[in-house]
Design a protein around this ligand. Structure first.
Ligand code: HEC
Length: 120
């Protein structure tokens, strides 16, 4: 009995870890200052410091990989700004929660900076 319980618990923890991912670059992000502080606070939990999104998030929630050049080439700033403002499926909208200028900067500065992928 106990063994089954421990196995189930272990698998559960593994799932949690793979969902949230290890995100060791957290402090490096805030150190960049400016709009990155907002990214770190509002966006990192889903999109990660790497901009790639967690593995499970990518498959289950269709989180885009910001470091993918094909994705970057196919999305306009205005579309991304509207998505962040109004929300898109599993992503909440940030209009009203964040000032408009911050939403614009999050897309133009943060999201676009992952292309080309930054040196690690
Ligand atoms: C709760 C998790 C979550 C948070 C927090 C979150 N996102 Fe997202 N984001 C998602 C998901 C899921 C998608 C994929 C939406 C879809 O296409 O179904 C997404 C998509 C996007 C896209 C692509 C939109 C498009 O038009 O394809 C951008 C850009 C983006 N997020 C930026 C941000 C920014 C900037 C923040 C912080 C202000 C943020 N996200 C916070 C989950 C999140």
């Amino acid at each position: 009995m106990m063994k089954t319980y421990i196995t189930v618990l272990f698998i559960f923890i593994l799932c949690l870890l793979s969902f949230y991912g290890c995100d060791s670059k957290q402090t490096a992000l805030t150190e960049k200052g400016g709009i990155w502080v907002v990214y770190d606070r509002e966006c990192r939990k889903c999109h990660k410091a790497s901009g790639k999104g967690s593995l499970v998030g990518r498959f289950v929630f269709k989180i885009p990989n910001f470091t993918n050049p094909k994705w970057q080439d196919n999305v306009s700033d205005s579309r991304l700004i509207i998505s962040v403002a109004n929300g898109k499926r599993k992503m909440p909208g940030f209009k009203g929660k964040l000032p408009d200028e911050e939403i614009v900067d999050l897309v133009k500065v943060c999201v676009r900076s992952f292309y080309p992928p930054q040196a690690q």
